[in-house]
Design a binder for this molecule. Sequence first.
Ligand SMILES: C[S@@+](CC[C@H](N)C(=O)[O-])C[C@H]1O[C@@H](n2cnc3c(N)ncnc32)[C@H](O)[C@@H]1O
Length: 421
Amino acid sequence: MLPVPDSAADATQQTLAAVEGLYDTYPFPPEPLLDEPPPGYNWRWNWITAYAFCAGLRPTHSAPRILDAGCGTGVGTEYLLHLNPEATITAIDLSSGALDVARERCRRSGKPGDDSRLTFRHMSLYDADQIPGEFDLINCVGVLHHLPDPVRGIQALAKKLAPGGIMHVFVYGELGRWEIQLMQEAIALIRNCPSDRAPDNPYEDGVKIGRDLFGALPEHSALVRREKERWSMENTKDECFADMYVHPQEVDYNVNTLFELIDAADLEFLGFSNPKTWTLDRLIDKAPHLIERAQQLSQRDRYRLIEILDPGSISHYEFFLARPPFTVTNWSNDETLLSAIPQLNPCLDGWPSQAFFNPDYQIVKPNELEFQFLQRCDANPGTQTVKQLVESLEIPDSSSFDLNNVRQLLAQQLLILNTSL
Ligand SMILES: C[S@@+](CC[C@H](N)C(=O)[O-])C[C@H]1O[C@@H](n2cnc3c(N)ncnc32)[C@H](O)[C@@H]1O
């Protein structure tokens, strides 16, 4: 008997092949390759900082196993490599073109440690079960929304997360991408009409149609205005333009559908990694009674309220998930905090100047005593307790420094705490 064709599997293969074709034509992101380590940091790619953000506590080891799922041209992989000199990293991608660039990028910037620290694999993240072992940190940025079945994708990754491990995910949000969806549809409609003048490559054809459309539309067109306001800087590069407007597969989320995806992973939601976006204060601080009333909402409904009140702005969700058991320490107990051992966050730029950049590259100017406390942490990394450091401060009679100051430094992500030995 002839085998029955599995049309769903065929459709999946066709979509994966189309996505691969896009990124083989336009490897993404198109950041230049450097002959030196990448500049600065993104704290989400620093294992110690990312883990401390999630758990409130320094991880017990500094040699994590990391999976970069859908690494593209390796911009994130390169940071993972340099920000975590003891880590072992596996980077996978569907596109061999993107992987070639990623390999070259990491080779040129020189990796600390030996060659066995980094492995690239040409494969779909659907097949993550073929990778041996489990991971302490999985990074999956800008990928799940391009899968034919994102639930299958996130479930495949969740199975590779070690107990107590964390996963950082970035997916698109529909409310901040409405104009992109419309332009994608317009380009697809025209592209599906045959033309003698069309290039052989459908993605190059799509980029040409899109650029011609933007050039032809009137200045006051909402599509042109949004493109100019938000995206045109990055879209001068065809790789970015294609990734945005000519993608063969994209699912955009809202808070409700996002949590359906998260629930399907059967992992714990630890929070957004851009928490300032998710506060009502930034939108309606003139109505504190409404903010207080909205405290009664579930966390998810509060998030939904925020995105509804800020339409057009939230174009992505970035968040951490954990595989239980995962304990979060909040340091509300004074005794526990006094006995904790602090260190400076490794993702600070400009320290020890009195004004420096925090992990989000915002400038911070600690007051005199906070600065003294940070200096003492820096001089005694991982050895003195909070109590010892506070007692060592030279505090003028007119001033004071207590545990609330320490908590504020912690809330600003300037400190990382460890439990006492
Ligand atoms: C927008 S790029 C993001 C690249 C990288 N994560 C970053 O943020 O710089 C998406 C990448 O996901 C890859 N990708 C898409 N579907 C995939 C799949 N099923 N398995 C593995 N990689 C996939 C693409 O080939 C592409 O390189």
